[in-house]
Design a protein around this ligand. Sequence first.
Ligand code: GLU
Length: 511
Amino acid sequence: MSTPTSAPSPQPPRLRVAPSPTGDPHVGTAYMSLFNLAFARRHGGQFVLRVEDTDRARFRADSEAQLYDTLHWLGVTWDEGPDLGGPYAPYRQSERLETYGPIIERLRAEGKAYYCWCSSERLAQMREEQQKSKQSATGYDRMCLGKTAQERAALPGFSDTPVVRMLVPDDVELTFTDLIRGTMSAPRPDDQVIRKADGFPTYHLAVVVDDHEMGITHVVRGEEWISSTPKHRLLYRQLGWPEPAWVHMPLLRNADRSKISKRKNPAAALTWFREQGYLPEALVNFLCLLGYPPIIEADGSEREVLTFDEFVAGFDFAKVNPVGPIFDIKKLDWLNGVKIRELTPQELASRLLPFLQEAGVLSSNPSLGELARLAKVSALIQPRLVKLSDAAVLVAPFYVADDAVPIAQDARAGLAEDAAAVLDAGIAALEGVPADEEDLLASTPRWNHEAIESALRAALVEEMGLKPKFAFGPLRTAISGQRVSPPLFESMEILGRCSTLKRLRTLRACR
Ligand code: GLU
């Protein structure tokens, strides 16, 4: 009896991101990684990181480490890559040259590619003439096609080291299916160079060979590659390899709809977000919403605040809107604030710590007391914080000597005539609020923000008849040195009675 055969289960998908290490990692690389990763995770597949470093002129040695660093910071994980290895190693194209050589040779031997000895001067001249004569067929004029080196050497513009070009046939297919965009068509490709004079393959050859060899099932990349897809599909056809599915993500745009570039926009570099104090989970949330709808709740309402796991759970390329999404930093600021408020004060404190150390507010080796205070101060500033880098100026006053609080110029200038009288009354009022150690048996702390507030309100607002703004301004200046500071009474509670009084007396002494 024969056993019934079940239908073969489809292979889990394999996706990749393939950045070129040419400088600070671009925010587009993170965007592409998240969408690739979401599909791979949703369907139980794998996600590969491949480094495309065949462009030796633009190569930057430190860029690969920065790439790992920023992607790890974002929480992007990959299953195979140059740093992890994997069944298809190496994952760095410069280490795969032996793979490309025989394939280029095979295409050449089969008449699907040919040597080209044209010098760059000759190619420039050819292009200039094509432009002048407004020729409809532009691109390489095939001067070298069918010639031996000797035959070609007899003609002008010869260079000793040839490149290899694809021979694009007349019937090259120009339409293809894109999982986001449906049927697409692209212009007829030029006889693209596939091996450069330095012996390195070009991106076009290497990307096809590697995607094939690494078993990539879905090529997900930026829309700038749409025009290259017919070339890549031609190579798959000529090499007799099965084609992957094609997905071209929209390009991220500035508010004026121009393309986000590292030259024009600091936010194009991934490192910028970290330096600015954006939380990785806020940036991930923000990127997941670019060209992608928010979560629809059971009651039909929309929710934009989401986690990557929630994004993965409903992920579908068909939901991507191909119209270039606007990179709106204000929205990121809003999301960052929301994610900051989702942290526990303790967690916020540990995220703030490196920023405070960088700003010199705390040393590289803070004491336990300083850290305990930081958790309290973090809770205080949490409701208003937009970026982690905004915290230093708010936190700094909690870590200075009480008789040396730096007073900002605008705060000093804002002190009115009656500042001395206000400070005197404030000091007297607070002297009446007992310190905790004076009443160890009390069940709640005596020096707390409510007691502080009611003592000060009674003395300054009720008795002196001051408006709260004028009553508390000088006290705020004494405590923080700033016109704008974390909530005053809570700040006094954190500083403690002794420090608070000392700060008030110090400012009073200079009036
Ligand atoms: N190395 C290319 C880039 O950096 C990858 C394009 C692709 O994913 O095919 O944009």
